[in-house]
Design a protein around this ligand. Structure first.
Ligand SMILES: C[S@@+](CC[C@H](N)C(=O)[O-])C[C@H]1O[C@@H](n2cnc3c(N)ncnc32)[C@H](O)[C@@H]1O
Length: 260
């Protein structure tokens, strides 16, 4: 790690305990990814690399160059057998160009929530539809909007303080804050906060980003409208169907193109 940090440099360390989605996407890739997987919004390769390690071919795209660099760097430390399974592109979903078709396309860890308008959501589904092969499967995961949380003023203060250490042994603190909301556009103006001490100075990085929340029936109807058949929805990454548990934190929706 260089001494000039960005939030991207802390990502893998801050999320190293998030494992159940990796396991879910790995099993999904083993089941549906025999003719190639495309991870849209692959970031640092947290999920992508684990799939490549199992011998499955996977392409990844992400517009964040720094995260793709981190992914490339992690891959460079792995065997040629793993590396040959991966191809990376710095691109948004909307601008992604390839002649390939995939049997599985995924957007792990709420990538779809970065599409901030209904039009952007539609554009992304149009691209996805073009890239799926005959029996191709699309998996989208988003958080299940919790009405009380969406309304609570508590989250306007910093919350969720967690302590971690980087691979180089630098302790850091991660917190979140929801600075503002737009209830009409279903947007949350979020801050991901990292704090650490270096050379006798206290440093604070605030990564600002906007996410759009989407409700389960809204996503289901959008997929139907764009010509997909939803065949499974889970409420978590452990395989519980949506609605089978008292509260579902996630919406994990599996669909395929209608009539294919
Ligand atoms: C929470 S991260 C998830 C990264 C990775 N899938 C994982 O599970 O660790 C969301 C990612 O979506 C990417 N992203 C945002 N807008 C995007 C777009 N229009 N097209 C593709 N990726 C996008 C971000 O750059 C970011 O890396």
């Amino acid at each position: 790690m260089s001494t000039k940090f960005s939030a991207d440099d802390f990502y893998d360390y801050a999320y190293h305990e998030r494992l159940s989605d990796i396991d879910f996407y790995l099993k999904t890739a083993q089941k549906f990814g025999q003719d190639g997987v495309l991870e849209m919004g692959c970031g640092t390769g947290r999920v992508l690399i684990e799939i490549a390690k199992k011998g499955i071919k996977i392409d990844g795209l992400d517009p964040n160059e720094r995260r793709i660099d981190i992914c490339r760097n992690k891959l460079s430390q792995l065997s040629a057998d793993v590396r040959k399974n991966v191809s990376l592109s710095v691109s948004t979903i909307q601008d992604y160009k390839t002649d390939k078709k995939y049997s599985l396309i995924t957007m792990p860890f709420r990538v779809f929530q970065h599409m901030l308008t209904p039009q952007e959501q539609e554009d992304v589904l149009n691209v996805t539809k073009q890239l799926l092969n005959k029996n191709g499967i699309l998996v989208i995961d988003i958080f299940n909007p919790h009405i009380k949380m969406l309304a609570s003023e508590e989250y306007k203060k910093e919350f969720g303080e967690s302590h971690y250490t980087t691979g180089d042994g630098l302790p850091f603190v991660r917190k979140d804050r929801i600075a503002d909301r737009d209830y009409f556009k279903q947007l949350q103006f979020c801050e991901e906060i990292y704090e650490y001490d270096m050379d006798g100075k206290h440093e604070k990085i605030i990564n600002k980003y906007i996410t759009r929340y989407t409700f389960k029936m809204e996503l289901e109807n959008l997929l139907k409208y764009k010509g997909f058949d939803v065949f499974e929805t889970y409420g978590d990454f452990e395989g519980h169907k949506f609605g089978e548990t008292p509260y579902a934190g996630d919406i994990v929706m599996l669909s395929k193109v209608k009539g294919r």
